[in-house]
Design a binder for this molecule. Structure first.
Ligand code: AMP
Ligand code: ZN
Length: 154
């Protein structure tokens, strides 16, 4: 618990939430804040952040996540209307290995424009049918009945 407090005190996004750090805010309510990314992939790149500090998608309360995702949608619509985006990527990184730099859960809303230089990609693999079925079974039979007990160790 002490560790969690230290993390929160040092957390960049908690500081933005508390107004201790400046940010180019585009939206705020009691539970959610959204501001422009300081190093945008494209103009309008926005971060949507729950005010309550949790680290990853595995930690956040469902009710907080619901509020965040509605704001993600509204920001997406706003970007489309105001910046005339040609497309949009929603990116949400969990864990250092997956590229999470700030340990306070957030969603990237990245507007896309024709001819932009943004690269969001991954290699596609051919998977053995048996292996795929094994994974499907694990996900449906083991994980699905008890989602709250999932121990996603990011
Ligand atoms: P992630 O790699 O998913 O953790 O993304 C963290 C994002 O936070 C990066 O895109 C950074 O550019 C952005 N960022 C870091 N510091 C700030 C800040 N002070 N204000 C706005 N965005 C920030
Ligand atoms: Zn935080």
């Amino acid at each position: 618990m002490l560790n969690n407090k230290v993390v929160k005190m040092d957390c960049l996004f908690c500081k933005i939430v508390k107004g201790e750090m400046p940010a180019k805010k585009v939206y705020e309510d009691d539970s959610v804040i959204a501001f422009l990314d300081i190093n945008p992939a494209n103009p309008g790149h926005t971060l949507v952040v729950p005010k309550k500090h949790t680290e990853t998608i595995a930690d956040i309360e469902d009710s907080d996540l619901e509020k965040v995702i509605v704001v993600v949608k509204n920001i997406a619509k706003k970007l489309k209307d105001e910046l005339d985006t040609a497309g949009l990527n929603i990116v949400q990184n969990n864990g250092k290995l997956a590229g999470q730099l700030v340990s306070h859960i957030h969603f990237h809303v990245i507007p896309r424009f024709a001819g932009d230089q943004v690269i969001i990609t991954y290699q596609r693999a051919q998977v053995d049918e048996n292996k795929m079925e094994e994974i499907r079974k694990k996900l449906t039979e083991e994980a699905a009945p008890a989602p709250k007990d999932l121990d996603l160790d990011f």
